[in-house]
Design a protein around this ligand. Structure first.
Ligand code: ZN
Length: 505
């Protein structure tokens, strides 16, 4: 192997290990850590983060990348899909990006995010937007300074979006969302007129957490969770973490009076974990060994949670498991009634509780407001009013107070601006992948009715997961679906489900 390439790989592996150690401390913080350890843990996380950042932005990485320019071309000429050529390309993009932002600005953004988070917790508790406003203003100002570190973009928001969805442009997202909004607003208004046709009361009641755990463990094991490479733990805010294909950590939350949280939350996180677990082992400990973008990652969690998990075949299996573990509750419930309950659609105030149909409208609202914040065309003091007006227009919902409105999400408090759109883009990509998978796998429904995720899992592994970050997000989606991100498959999927369920025409 080329000597510079060997050295680059060695350095990148070391940086990966530092980041993994930090990630593992973060996982521990949310699952196992005793409360009093928090200040010490913050120091340790800060140190590891700084070390990884210093090592990555080092001049030596830049020199290695310069000396590898010819090698990259040679590798790609010999094999257009060369792992090493992709590694050099992706590392160069990451390195150049990280070098543009001064360390002081990075540190300031982290500090402002921590203060913003604290102020947001207090403001949300008291539903007091005015208390949060100066912290939000500070976060926005720092993001504008961050944007100013870059050049050659069409829209300032492009710079922020690129951190979550590399290569995606604001104008593209805006066009997709305008089309999606045009489809969803009338569809959801029609559903709301027939709201009484579907209710989900059977999912609420008395569900002992230990028995919920039994159901979750059974379901995940059938889908592909394995004891020798995965863990499942509890966390207040469930997430998935991974430190390589053979170390995947899922978390969930057991709500004693609602079985839907642990069940569908776990399937969602399984989708994230599966993606990471099926990345080609040879990409491990390199920048290629992770999901290609947040939208593609979210397409995986939502594909399993919603399209599979709430689909008619798989709900038959889920219903059977619930009837075994909670016979007093589900023994007398028909599978069709369970299917209806888990597919209830209703406009609501809170994004994280929203169903798969209304969810995207919560996102579109945030995307539009973020653009205005960064462009400086919206006075931040007017944000609650702008929020509430859009909630009424898109979802027909009246916002009673800011705690249930503009203060509900953690993202802006920590300075994460540009993130939200990836959730809704994930819904779109998930539906595109699903259409292709169904065309390729004629027996898929029969397998899912038995709870068996093998076919879909292997299909995703071969077509998507194994590549990690080897191709751009756009190339990754187009290679599989033959098209860029599109709205029509998701709308087809939703209409196909909701039209019979709600008796629409
Ligand atoms: Zn997710």
């Amino acid at each position: 192997m080329n000597e510079s390439l060997r050295e680059l790989r060695e350095r990148l592996a070391e940086i990966h290990d530092l980041r993994s150690a930090g990630g593992l401390l973060g996982w521990d913080q949310q699952t196992m850590m005793p409360e009093r350890a928090a200040p010490l843990r913050a120091e340790a996380l800060g140190t590891l983060g700084r070390l990884a950042h210093e090592r990555f932005t080092d001049d030596a990485i830049g020199s290695l990348l310069s000396s590898l320019e010819g090698e990259e071309e040679r590798l790609r000429a010999a094999d257009p899909e060369s792992d090493d050529a992709a590694l050099i390309r992706v590392t160069r993009i990451d390195w150049e990006k990280s070098r543009r932002v001064p360390d002081e600005l990075v540190a300031e953004m982290v500090r402002a995010g921590a203060h913003g988070h604290q102020a947001w917790v207090e403001a949300r508790e008291r539903s007091d937007f005015a208390h949060f406003l100066p912290y939000l203003a500070r976060n926005v100002e720092l993001r504008q300074r961050y944007v100013a570190c870059f050049e050659g973009f069409d829209d300032p928001y492009d710079v922020l979006l690129d951190d979550y969805e590399p290569g995606m442009k604001t104008a593209e997202v805006a066009a997709l969302f305008a089309e999606l909004r045009g489809e969803l607003v009338p569809l959801i208004a029609a559903v709301a007129e027939h709201a009484d046709r579907v209710d989900n009361a059977i999912l609420h009641g008395d569900f002992a957490p230990a028995r919920q755990r039994e159901v979750v463990q059974r379901v995940l094991s059938k889908l592909g969770w394995r004891a020798d490479g995965w863990r499942l733990d509890e966390a207040a805010h469930p997430f998935a973490a991974s430190f390589g294909p053979t170390d995947v950590r899922l978390t969930t939350r057991y709500e004693p009076d609602y079985v839907g949280m642990s069940l569908y939350g776990s399937i969602h996180e399984f989708g994230h974990g599966l993606y990471e677990s099926q990345i080609a082992p040879e990409l491990a400990r390199t920048p290629l060994g992770e999901g290609v973008s947040l939208a593609v990652h979210e397409s995986q969690s939502r594909l399993w949670e919603n399209i599979v998990g709430r689909g008619r075949p798989f709900t038959r299996y889920l219903h059977g498991q619930l009837a075994e573990v909670f016979p007093e509750r589900f023994g007398a419930v028909a599978p069709e009634d369970f299917y209806r309950a888990v597919n209830r659609v209703a406009p609501s105030l809170i994004r994280v509780e929203a169903d798969e149909a209304t969810y995207a409208l919560h996102i579109i609202l945030r995307f539009e407001l973020e653009q205005a914040m960064i462009a400086g065309t919206l006075d931040l003091a007017d944000l609650p009013e702008a929020w509430n007006a859009r909630m009424k227009e898109y979802l027909g919902v009246d916002v009673p107070d800011d705690a249930h409105g503009v203060l509900q999400d953690v993202h802006w408090a920590g300075g994460d601006i540009g993130y939200f759109s990836t959730y809704a883009l994930g819904n779109l990509i998930g539906a595109q992948l699903w259409e292709r998978a169904r065309a390729d796998l004629p027996d898929l429904d029969a397998a899912l009715e038995q709870g068996d995720g093998t076919q879909l899992r292997e299909w995703l592994g071969t077509n998507l997961h194994r590549h990690g970050r080897k191709f751009t997000p756009r190339e990754t989606v187009e290679r599989i679906t033959g098209a860029p991100i599109a709205v029509a498959p998701f709308v087809r999927y939703l209409r196909g489900k909701l039209t019979p369920l709600y008796g629409l025409d």
